[in-house]
Design a protein around this ligand. Structure first.
Ligand code: UDX
Length: 487
């Protein structure tokens, strides 16, 4: 081995050492931790560097045996109610700035001087680019979402030349404007673009997002949580089309970044059961009583907070559909007691759906629920982790995107993969009860078998990719990393 030829001090300093920095939100931390685990498993020294207030919110099912460093932030856990979801997005935006200072101090402390460090930074931490340039180390970008979302993000300079960004509300409903993004099989409407490009997005968040997009081409490489077979034309364009990637930045698709036993083992995950001793019996006991593939699982991820109006429309739609459901409702900020949370629902809803519906206001063991044989559909906001988790269980989806790049993910699911049905919103941005009833009946009934067949084909493709294309890409990523250490 190369390092044997070196003196001991040189030997140590030549070790590659990945500093993995996720954006401080569950949907980013979870796949970043999986990536960190994979790097460790290849013998690459890896330190996971996470905003302090989120460390204790990392799901216990995700075991990471490497070093974790908590970056001090200004979130006072004693005073503020911070749970795994909701408030976290605004908090995340503030925390990102705190992280910058804390990270700079960490680097100044000289504790990484025994190795050749490099960054694997979430794409939404643009300040890591300045730091990487300043101390002359590579910055790999981790993109936790779809290749479709990555393409749109990398196309932003051209997009800005074509349409006005930020998008005005009136632009969103212009039926005549369609956008062609290289690699995307269909034209996009302005309303499909990430919500951060809209004028109603707070300027600070929009600027961060725009800056992050513009910096993508400058990365040493981009690591994407998707797999080549899932979004093939997109990956081809990302690698070869100058309009997306003028610097020929190498793109590594290494997904799905999920626990290996979740990808490979279709059975109910007994190991994960052990980690949910409190919630597990109530969920599973109820699911155990339902018939195969009959239950609709409803969850809008860790951030999205539905309006009371939307919650009511969903409740009425579910009630009318007559299908069994398991619904995870994120509690609004000003609603701390579960009794108050229940008052979000229409009067008498629980009585009328008793025995047919199960509602929870806490963090749910999503992988466990999706793994249960009674779960037959997933009503989702199209967060990319949720989509991959659904695919890996061959479960069809009802798509009701909320924010961020979720409209793009919805296009992937409905138009490209054909594993789901979109729930159309009205002009007020709310999906009505009739539309919800229609979509539930379609996915859980007449169209279910067809969608499930497609979903299970993608499930097989995901399994193949995890030992095939994504494994090969990950190996070449590790080779690139290792060669950096010895140059
Ligand atoms: C966000 C964005 O929405 C998403 O599109 C982006 O790609 C990553 O960041 P989030 O909204 O939380 O994430 O959705 P999602 O990507 O689905 O991630 C949520 C994760 O939390 C999933 O891994 C899901 O299994 C888990 N989760 C969520 C639970 O385990 N229990 C819950 O109750 C809610």
């Amino acid at each position: 081995m190369l390092c044997y030829a070196m003196a001991p001090s040189e030997q140590q300093a030549s070790y590659p050492h990945a500093l993995v920095l996720p954006f401080p939100a569950q949907g980013h931390i979870i796949p970043a931790l999986q990536l960190a685990n994979k790097l460790l498993s290849q013998g690459i020294r890896t330190t996971f560097i996470c905003a302090q207030h989120r460390i204790n919110l990392i799901p216990t099912t995700l075991r990471f045996t490497g070093r974790v460093v908590a970056l001090p932030d200004k979130v006072d856990l004693e005073k503020e109610k911070v749970d795994a979801g909701v408030q976290s997005l605004c908090r995340s935006a503030d925390t990102v700035e705190d992280m910058r200072d804390s990270f700079q101090q960490l680097l100044n402390s000289d504790q990484f001087s025994d190795s050749r460090i490099f960054l694997i930074s979430d794409f939404l931490l643009p300040w890591t680019a300045d730091i990487a340039i300043k101390i002359n180390i590579p910055r790999y970008v981790f993109f936790p979402s779809s290749a479709t979302a990555l393409s749109v993000s990398m196309y932003l300079p051209s997009l800005m030349a074509q349409i006005h960004i930020p998008l005005r509300s009136s632009d969103l409903h212009q039926c005549s404007t369609f956008i062609h993004v290289p690699g995307l099989p269909k034209l996009l409407a302005p309303s499909d673009l990430p919500s951060a490009f809209r004028e109603d997005c707070p300027a600070e968040s929009r600027n961060t997002c725009v800056k992050s997009c513009l910096l993508l081409r400058e990365a040493s490489a981009i690591v994407v949580n998707s797999f080549s077979e899932l979004e093939r034309p997109c990956f081809r364009a990302l690698q070869n089309d100058q309009r997306l990637n003028s610097n020929q930045t190498k793109i590594y698709s290494v997904g799905p970044l999920l626990q290996l036993d979740y990808i490979n083992c279709p059975e109910f995950n007994s190991e994960e059961r052990e980690h949910h001793p409190v919630e597990e019996p109530s969920y599973t006991k109820w699911l155990d009583t339902q018939s195969s593939a009959s239950v609709l699982y409803i969850s809008f991820g860790s951030i999205a907070q539905l309006s009371v109006h939307q919650i009511h429309e969903i409740a009425h739609g579910l009630e009318k559909s007559t299908h069994p459901f398991l619904w995870v409702i994120r509690q609004p900020e000003n609603c701390s007691e579960s009794t108050a949370a229940y008052s979000l629902l229409p009067d008498g809803f629980q009585i009328r759906t008793k025995g047919r519906g199960f509602i929870t206001f806490t963090w749910a063991p999503q992988l466990l629920i999706l793994s249960h044989p009674s779960t037959g559909g997933f009503f989702t906001h199209c967060g990319w982790n949720s989509i991959l988790e659904s695919i890996c269980r061959g479960i069809p989806v009802l798509a009701l995107p909320q924010f961020g790049e979720q409209d793009l993910n919805c296009r992937v699911v409905v138009d490209e993969l054909q594993i789901g049905v979109e729930v159309e919103k009205g002009e007020d941005g709310v999906a009505g009860r009739e539309e919800i009833e229609r979509a539930v009946r379609l996915v859980m009934g007449e169209k279910g078998a067809e969608l499930r067949k497609k979903a299970s084909e993608w499930m097989d493709a995901a399994r193949m990719a995890s030992v095939g294309s994504s494994a090969a890409n990950f190996k070449s990523l590790c080779n690139k990393i290792t060669s950096y250490a010895y140059t």
